[in-house]
Ligand binder design. Structure first.
Ligand code: NAP
Ligand code: G4F
Length: 328
């Protein structure tokens, strides 16, 4: 039985990846941070909580001794470093914590791996936010696109990306980067724009909310589904040679178009409800993302969800939640 260790297992991707690996027959180990409200934090793991092959313990990327101890005891075959302060706008509010976790945290895990299980395969959750303002002439970002990050989050992720390549070359560690474009699901944090919009639109439809306050509606994002993207993470760690891969749908929509789609599905016009609040604007915005994932598609990876089927699933999720609330 293969053993996998996942940091950030309580997050959107970590929870889907854990489910996927358990289904494949892995023994899965993961860390969550200590939190004053554990019920809330661990809810994404509820579907697999009783699986005997799941082992969750407390840990933090900034607590090196704990990471060292787990890797020494478990000696995993595969390590997935998904833990991060993952919110771009909030990275302006807590830049030092963001850098500590998203940059130094990567070194902490790599060092623990090098000292305790040097043959383990390492996956780093790199991000399209690293491209920042760079777009190739054909309108896409790809593995070769220049990285000009425009946020503390993006800058920190570029360091993580580079240190992975450095450890790969210097120490011959099987360390890879997945450069993932935005991906969503019903498990997405509700302060990210897709889930924020869907949750509010459903509440407006049910008479539970009047308005929705957003920031910049003219940014474009390439939105895929987290369930499809965790399969790419696993595929990357199965490759004979470590490398860097873009994971994306190749389709882009503006925040405005996404709002239009969601409200229309509920027979509403977003223009009647959405207002701008400057507090949701960013000091520097990333205006446009569209990824070329030709390289990983050559390995057989593909998306099962479309933008529309993913948004529909999120709408259904929130309708179910709020109808149950109303009926109680
Ligand atoms: P998420 O839901 O925010 O999950 C991140 C997890 O990391 C959370 O469970 C969080 O725990 C944990 N974490 C934060 N700081 C930590 C620390 N110091 N030590 C240990 N754990 C810590 O994010 P996600 O959407 O699943 O994304 C997974 C990874 O992919 C992240 O690294 C993200 O930056 C990257 N990524 C995401 C996307 C995307 O569109 N989703 C795209 C590209 C890359 P708490 O709940 O305790 O904060
Ligand atoms: O949903 P978002 O917060 O995602 P963002 O900033 O693109 O970051 C996500 O994707 C990255 C990959 O490119 C990941 F690395 C990162 O961890 C995260 O998962 O914002 C999307 C767009 C932005 O242009 C933002 O300015 O939506 C715009 N937006 C407009 N109003 C808003 C809002 N975003 C949020 N979160 N909240 C708003 O009210």
């Amino acid at each position: 039985m293969k053993k996998a260790f996942i940091t950030g297992i309580g997050g959107q991707d970590g929870s889907y990846l854990a489910e996927y690996l358990l289904d494949l027959g892995y023994e899965v180990y993961g860390i969550i941070r200590r939190n004053s409200t554990p019920e809330h934090q661990q809810s994404r793991l509820d579907p697999i909580r009783n699986n005997k092959n799941l082992h969750v313990s407390y840990g933090d990327l900034n607590d090196t001794s704990g990471i060292e101890r787990i890797l020494r005891e478990v000696k995993p075959d595969e390590v997935y470093n998904l833990a991060a302060q993952s919110h771009v706008r909030i990275s302006y509010e807590i830049p030092q914590f963001t850098v500590q976790t998203n940059s130094v945290g990567v070194v902490n895990v790599l060092e623990a791996l090098r000292n305790n299980c040097p043959n383990a395969k390492f996956y780093q959750a790199s991000s399209s936010e690293m491209f920042g303002s760079s777009v190739d002439e054909d309108g896409f970002q790809r593995e070769s696109t220049k990285m000009t990050p425009v946020s503390p989050y993006g800058c920190a992720k570029v360091f993580g990306y580079n240190i992975v390549r450095n450890y790969r070359n210097a120490y011959k560690i099987h360390a890879s980067n997945g450069i993932l474009f935005n991906h969503e699901s019903p498990r997405r944090g509700s302060n990210f724009v897709t889930n924020k919009v869907v949750k509010a639109a459903v509440k407006i439809k049910l008479g539970l909310q009047d308005k929705l306050e957003l920031g910049n509606m003219d940014a474009y994002r390439d939105w895929g589904h987290s369930k499809d993207y965790v399969k790419a993470m696993h595929l990357i760690n199965q490759q004979p040679k470590p490398d860097d891969w873009v994971v994306s749908t190749g389709v882009t929509h503006s925040v405005r178009e996404m709002c239009d789609y969601v409200f229309s599905q509920l027979d509403l016009n977003y223009k009647d409800y959405v207002i701008q609040n400057k507090k949701f604007l960013r000091p520097e915005e990333l205006p446009y993302l569209k990824g070329d994932s030709t390289k990983i598609r050559k390995l057989g990876w593909e998306c099962e969800y479309t933008f529309e089927s993913m948004m529909d699933e999120m709408i259904e999720h929130w309708i179910h939640i709020f109808k149950n609330t109303i009926n109680k």
